[in-house]
Design a protein. Structure first.
Length: 119
């Protein structure tokens, strides 16, 4: 994925990923309640997402739908994080995450299972 979505744009995308296709006014209402944005702010962000190719708009009703999957954005953001903060090393990221807090035996087993499935 070549596009960079900023945190505010990701809030718009999150609504679409969760709710599916929605009119812009409904996205504005949801984000107005969740983060206090006014309608103009939300519409500006929706238009940015459209310009970037992340959202499609259809009429009537300024219907919006996500054009990119949440997983694609998560993969791109993870790659950027690993490259920028961990010298491209997934091992360093993993060690950092594991060192942040005490994990339960169940959480550790779940992580081991994931690693074994990937190997």
């Amino acid at each position: 994925m070549d596009m960079k979505l900023f945190n505010s744009e990701l809030k718009v995308m999150d609504v679409l990923w969760r709710e599916g296709e929605l009119p812009a006014r409904q996205i504005a209402a949801i984000l107005g309640n969740a983060v206090g944005w006014n309608v103009n702010t939300t519409y500006t962000l929706i238009k940015r997402c459209i310009k970037k190719g992340a959202v499609a708009r259809t009429d009537p009703g300024f219907q919006c739908r996500a054009l990119i999957a949440r997983e694609a954005v998560q993969d791109a953001e993870t790659d950027e994080l690993v490259g920028k903060l961990f010298d491209g090393s997934v091992d360093k990221l993993f060690a950092s995450l594991l060192g942040r807090k005490k994990l339960s035996a169940e959480q550790l087993q779940h992580l081991k299972d994931i690693v074994e499935e990937l190997g």
